[in-house]
Write a protein that binds this ligand. Sequence first.
Ligand code: HEM
Ligand code: HEM
Length: 181
Amino acid sequence: PVYKGDPAKGKVIVDQVCAACHGVDGNSAGSNYPSLAGQHQKYIHDQLQAFKGGVRKNPVMMGMAAPLSDDDMWNVSAYFSSQKIKPREANDKTQMVLGKQVYRVGNPVTRVPACMACHGPAGSGIPDKFPRLSSQHAAYVLTQLNNFKVGTDRKNPVMSDIASRMSDAEMKAVAEYISGL
Ligand code: HEM
Ligand code: HEM
């Protein structure tokens, strides 16, 4: 489906508020701030509603989402999703063997499914279903996997189950692998 949202109106908000952390074009500099460029529009919108409703907890983003109307959320998500994600390379190449294994195969012993099954071989995800992961900062990805595992700040039936089956070593490795996808 095509969603409402005016990228030009979204850019006004992004320039004033979001760019400081997420970058003017959605490619963020800081490794704890997710890049939003090329992320699927509905996913961005829905995460903003989750922060506003307190379902996804992060003190900074709850404050950012609070004043946004639903139309604002469609507008900023239209803007970010229209931007191009800049390809990155993984920093820690020693994690690539295990990271690739987890991403592409999973762990049959602990029943961790292949990430690729939903997020795609290149990490592009599927609009309306699975978020893009490619070129996302490893530190941010690792934080989210831990959040899903703990279940206090972020919950999702699918991802919380998967994260609960993963070891710290698997999470660290797959986060690095994803950052270079
Ligand atoms: C996460 C949007 C401003 C820091 C997110 C996410 C979205 C978003 C959609 C979730 C991304 C994902 O799930 O992949 C926005 C918008 C902003 C804004 C539209 C402006 C209105 C800011 C600012 C900061 C910031 C100014 C820093 C002061 C963060 C952090 C996270 C995040 C730390 C990760 C939260 C977590 O760990 O759950 N933002 N953001 N954002 N944003 Fe923003
Ligand atoms: C979200 C990683 C496997 C479905 C996410 C996010 C990460 C992630 C980091 C948050 C993205 C963000 O904040 O921008 C992984 C890894 C996997 C894996 C490392 C393999 C070990 C899967 C599989 C499925 C799936 C197999 C489908 C059966 C989802 C869904 C979301 C998500 C639906 C969105 C959750 C929400 O709305 O909060 N995944 N994923 N993932 N993933 Fe996965």
